[in-house]
Design a protein around this ligand. Structure first.
Ligand code: PRT
Ligand code: ZN
Length: 297
């Protein structure tokens, strides 16, 4: 496989198939990057920037980056943190990417009434994340045994392998279906971009900088909205203060309506319904909120 890679091309390791891969492919697409090979191969090429993709299991990504087999990678913070606490060489976190969000929770059978972490003393906790779990327990002054399981952690209490579990929770449906309830959130995770500790060659650094710029532009545009409205000139100050994360809105005259203006603004924070209702209450009309596809400072 190695002979297919060129040293001058930046290597990016991403999950081949799973809960991170759709987010990764979507991010690359939004960055204007197209992938030359099908997803079934171990590696693929990006056309627009000199980047080779390594399509691997998520668990291998931190060590690939740490050992320099890949220059950068996208992985869940949970996996990165677990490997880091294990003492593995994992590179460093560069950017949080805002997808594949989940929580690592301690869960107990629903029948157990939970009051505080002291109750976990001497329990056996089944988990795929013993390091993060023990780290949290230590911080709480709790002494409990972790039982390592690579999957199907939620069945451990019913099999009497453990008294509690510590597992990834997204909607909570899996816990619920197994008669378990989350009692503590010990870690919050999302997909992150990681890079090797060692400096990149100047050639690769240029490609890396271009990629980061594109990712940041995509992220900036994700929450940002272009907001347009008509408003009474007298309410201008109040309205511009109310626009979330907007700097220097554009104010336009409205022909034949001297008391009214049109306001156009880029709002960098989420625009919620209550914001629109508030704007309306301040006299705004014809309020339009548009998605922004790309945004570069
Ligand atoms: O094959 P490979 O090793 O690459 O993948 P994997 O099976 O190890 O991982 P995968 O694809 O399941 O998850 C990859 C990453 O996605 C995780 O490391 C997390 O960072 C993130 N992620 C986000 C999740 C979830 N959401 C998630 N819901 N990872 C796992 N789950 C599982 C969880 O383990 C539990 O079984 O989904 C179940 C709970 O979901 P809910 O919605 O019922 O709460
Ligand atoms: Zn995995």
């Amino acid at each position: 496989m190695s002979e297919k890679f060129e040293d001058s091309r930046l290597r990016l390791a991403i999950q081949k198939k799973g809960r991170l891969s759709d987010g990764c492919f979507d991010l690359l697409k939004r960055c204007g990057l197209t992938i030359s090979h099908g997803r079934d191969k171990l590696y693929a090429r990006i056309e627009e920037l000199a980047i080779d993709l390594l399509l691997v299991r998520d668990d291998d990504i931190p060590s690939f980056v740490g050992d320099g087999a890949s220059d950068i990678g996208i992985v869940g913070q949970n996996v990165f943190e677990e490997k880091r606490l294990m003492g593995a060489s994992v590179g460093k976190e560069v950017l949080a990417l805002g997808f594949s969000k989940c929580k690592l929770c301690i869960a107990l059978p629903k029948s157990v009434e939970y009051q505080s972490a002291d109750q976990l003393n001497d329990m056996r906790i089944a988990t795929s994340y013993p390091e993060i779990t023990q780290n949290w327990l230590k911080g709480k002054g709790v002494s409990a045994k972790t039982v390592m399981m690579n999957g199907a952690v939620e069945i451990a209490p019913r099999l009497s392998i453990a008294d509690a579990i510590c597992d990834i929770v997204s909607t909570g449906a899996t816990l619920d279906a197994h008669g378990l309830a989350p009692v503590e959130t010990i870690y919050k995770s999302e997909a992150i971009l990681i890079r090797a500790d060692a400096a990149l060659s100047p050639e690769k650094q240029k490609i890396y900088d271009a990629l980061i710029k594109r990712i940041e532009a995509v992220q900036a545009s994700r929450e940002a909205k272009y907001v347009m409205m008509n408003a009474p000139r007298s309410a201008l100050d109040k309205i511009t203060k109310y626009l979330p994360g907007a700097d220097a809105p554009t104010i336009l005259e409205l022909t034949g309506q001297p008391d009214m203006v049109a306001i156009h603004a880029v709002c960098r924070e989420s625009v919620f319904w209550d914001t629109l209702e508030e704007l309306k209450a301040l006299g705004a009309s014809a309020v339009l909120v548009l998605d922004i596809d790309k945004m570069m400072a």
